[in-house]
Design a protein around this ligand. Structure first.
Ligand SMILES: Nc1ncnc2c1ncn2[C@@H]1O[C@H](COP(=O)(O)OP(=O)(O)OP(=O)(O)O)[C@@H](O)[C@H]1O
Ligand SMILES: [Mg+2]
Length: 381
């Protein structure tokens, strides 16, 4: 199958930080690649390079058959992007935002209106459709941004943490939208902190850390590589977590144990199967540790992530230890203020668009969508 997204040896440094340290990627047409990695791993940087928003210091990339470095403008005609921070025009209503994007992509006024109505319905925004986006909650903005990315469906889509901040219902809805897109032949590169999302949507997964791809494969391949089973124990009293952990480590393979304080759950990789459970129960009993639950299970993608990166998913890089992990969702999202930018510059076409098309500046995340695809229509120039 030909590649829709191909990258070789991508390097990008910011001062001392090597955000990309030789990244290779290959996404066959019509498939979904899930890019996983802890905060600061380089996911957004990779997306920005591949979507022509950031020029790499080294390496090469080909998207939709076009060299990203040589012909960025041409690449923009074939791609869609929903960035990590929603880029909606605050001063327009939800409906106006979507209709404007439709018009920028040369839909007729009637089609743009129809498409906007369909997407507003699909993303549960109909009730808020005629309010300005600045009155929207974070999750609503996110949904509007995703809807805007889907006004037209380009052959190659990039979504940077598309469901962060969405409630479960909207997350499910977006998953079905994505599945439909992919069934229709769209190629998608998706970054996510929700491993369940990668499990469900991604044909292939690339785990990134410190600017490098440290593992790749299907979800099943990665789980098989992580190997072994896990014993999971829920202790009755939080105070006895350390004692229980000590006991479990004695049975474990070493490394990769995880303690979740709030659920009083300890997970340890083991070999030995069900017989081991009886021994563990006896030992815990001997140490007077009362348990609420115990079980054996196969590794999940979370275990894969933990064993590869030393972090539980969705925790701040450097904040968690291998054993500590931390609750999902504790990863501090450092707001860069990007959310509040309007993207008007790119939308109104006053943004820089030089002969090379590369001078989009360091803050070009917002308004990306209008810039991307705008060349197709000439509407923004
Ligand atoms: N414009 C910039 N200037 C300086 N450093 C940057 C810039 N953009 C990214 N970095 C640094 O590059 C590294 C990779 O950042 P990137 O945003 O790609 O990570 P990420 O994997 O998307 O993380 P997250 O999960 O938090 O979104 C980080 O150390 C980050 O601080
Ligand atoms: Mg990011």
């Amino acid at each position: 199958m030909p590649s829709a997204i191909y990258a070789e040896g991508l390097v990008k440094t910011f001062g001392e930080v090597r955000a990309l340290d030789g990244v290779d990627l290959d996404v066959p047409e019509g498939t979904v690649l899930g890019l996983l990695g802890p905060n600061g791993a380089g996911k957004t940087t990779a997306v920005r390079v591949l979507t022509t928003l950031l020029r790499p210091d080294g390496g090469r990339a080909v998207v939709a058959g076009v060299d990203v470095l040589k012909h960025p403008n041409e690449v923009r005609r074939s791609i869609g992007l929903s960035g990590q921070f929603a880029a909606v025009d605050e001063y327009l209503t939800g409906r106006e935002n979507l209709r404007m994007v439709g018009r920028l992509h040369q839909l007729s006024a009637r089609d743009a209106k129809k498409r906007a109505a369909t997407l507003l319905e699909r993303f549960h925004l109909t009730d808020a459709a005629d309010r300005t986006a600045k009155t929207y909650s974070g999750g609503m903005r996110r949904r509007l941004d995703l809807a805007a990315a889907l006004v037209v469906s380009p052959p190659v889509m990039f979504m940077d943490e598309p469901t962060t901040g969405l409630d479960p219902r909207n997350r499910q809805e977006l998953w079905s939208v994505i599945e439909e897109l992919v069934a229709g032949g769209t190629t998608l590169l998706l970054t996510t902190q929700y491993l369940e999302e990668a499990d469900r949507l991604a044909h292939d997964i690339a785990v990134v850390d410190h600017g490098r791809v440290i593992a790749r494969g299907t979800s099943d391949q990665l789980k098989a590589r992580t190997g072994g089973e896990r014993v999971e124990v829920v202790v009755h009293e939080r105070a006895l977590l350390p004692t229980a952990e000590e006991v479990l480590r004695g049975f474990g393979e070493g490394g990769g144990s995880r303690v979740e304080e709030h659920t009083r759950r300890i997970t340890v990789p083991v070999t030995g199967g069900a017989k081991l459970l009886a021994e563990i129960i006896r030992e815990l009993d001997a140490r007077s540790v009362e348990i609420d639950d115990i079980g054996l299970r196969r590794p999940t993608l979370d275990d894969v992530f933990l064993s590869l990166t030393g972090h539980a998913a969705a925790t701040e890089r450097g904040a968690g230890t291998g054993a500590g992990g931390g609750a999902p969702g504790t990863g501090a999202r450092t707001g860069t203020g990007a959310e509040s930018r309007t993207g008007t510059e790119a939308r109104t076409g006053t943004g820089p668009d030089t002969a090379t098309g590369w001078d989009v500046g360091p803050d070009a995340d917002t308004g990306t969508r209008a810039q991307i695809g705008a060349d197709r229509t000439g509407a923004a120039s």
